[in-house]
Design a protein around this ligand. Sequence first.
Ligand SMILES: Nc1ncnc2c1ncn2[C@@H]1O[C@H](COP(=O)(O)OP(=O)(O)O)[C@@H](O)[C@H]1O
Ligand SMILES: [Mg+2]
Length: 488
Amino acid sequence: MTENGAHSTDNEYRQKELEAGLQPFKLVKYFSFSSLAAILVFTLFLSWVISNNARKVMLKQSEEYSLVLAENLNQQVFRRFVLPAVVRYGNIKLSNPAQFQNLDRIVRNVIQGMKIESVTIYDSSINIISYSTRSEMVGKKDVGGIEYELSLEGIANSQLRYSGSVLSLLPGTRPLSCELRTFIPFRQVREAGGGGGEAIMGVIEIQKDLYNEYLNILRLQGSIIAVSAAVMMVLFLVLRTIVSRAGKIMENKALERLRLEEKLNQAERLAHLGTMVATVSHEIKSPLGIVRSTAEILEKRIKKVAPGSEHLARIVIDETTRLNDIVIEFLDFARPRETQLQPGSVNELIEKVLIFAAPKLREQGITLEKNLATYLPATPLDQDQFYRALLNIVVNGLQAMEQGGVLKVSTTVVNNQFVRISIQDSGIGMDEEKIAKIFTPFFTDKNKGTGLGLAITKNIIDSHNGKIHVESAPNAGTTFSITLTAFT
Ligand SMILES: Nc1ncnc2c1ncn2[C@@H]1O[C@H](COP(=O)(O)OP(=O)(O)O)[C@@H](O)[C@H]1O
Ligand SMILES: [Mg+2]
């Protein structure tokens, strides 16, 4: 329970650490995306400003154009129609078809080829259309609005009417329209020329179709939006790849750092544990020695006093011996002695280990197959420690073959450069999962095991700059191979 609890808080801590490591980067990510959004808004705004300005310029140009045209119309109509009509008919009466046709001809002549939609002339006394190039408009009353009123006061003015926006460029939407209506006062023209103040006889309205111009402006706006959207998209994609790549790199770095920290922590914990174990073991060692020698003395005395009961003392002796072995193992692990490497022969050490193990081998009915290389180059060896390392492996092998079996021990020279020791048993074997754990201190599946044997062995092989390798499968035995670099 406590284990699990500790684990989950560990994981939470890990997660938090990881997130903390990525925090500034997330901020950068956030900023880059929001600046993208800002740029997008800005481009839309820019395209709106540009098209608005273009529209204003267009309006101004067209208005000037229309005003000049209207002025010209004013002159032409007055000179070529009003004056002759007054002379000929006495007054102007457009209901007279001859007069109307005459005016119509003059107007059409003036606006010919000028992309003018219509020309309309309003009466000055009542708001009525007295002439229009669009015949259906003639005679309509109260059509002129504020623009008409303004013109009667002598102020020329214009009105731009348009519908549709940049969206109208898309198919299937409302069609575009744009027209400019310019109103100027229709004045009498004095032969002496120029100057304002002449009597206002009516109002001239010129309607000019600006569909094409408006379409061009909207196209401009559309292309600004399209181009900036494309640039934005490319930027976005580039940024996204950079961000995601950087994200991965940073995450890996953060993870690596965590892993390192964890390793350090574990090493620290182990070091603490080691000191503790060493202290305790050391304290136990001397009283244990006293208990053992006392029991040995007792055994002799009991033999004399109460023959047949000396096995009781024997039990104490055996158990203290076992305990002593454990304490030694603990001490070996917790306080490893400094390794002193000297050139030596691995074969000799192996022989020693096998001599020590011989009684056990016999006891368990294990066959020994020894195959040592006749010539082995010397390798760096700390005799005591390496003996210990080999013994631990052999003892494990024996423990794995309680029901008997074969122990194969061999040495070979590899590439004239390495010495390889192989210790193979035909015992119970291990699965992958177990193999992964056997070098971990305190890992054991034996009732009376310390789980330190292989941890010590590994440390010793490491300090000999050697390699240790295990091959095993359940019920198929186990092979340990150790490779050392030979002196050349
Ligand atoms: N030759 C082997 N065959 C099967 N299992 C083994 C062998 N050697 C080691 N092991 C496994 O590795 C574990 C750890 O071994 P070791 O570190 O020597 O500790 P201990 O012997 O005290 O259990 C053993 O408990 C056992 O499960
Ligand atoms: Mg062991």
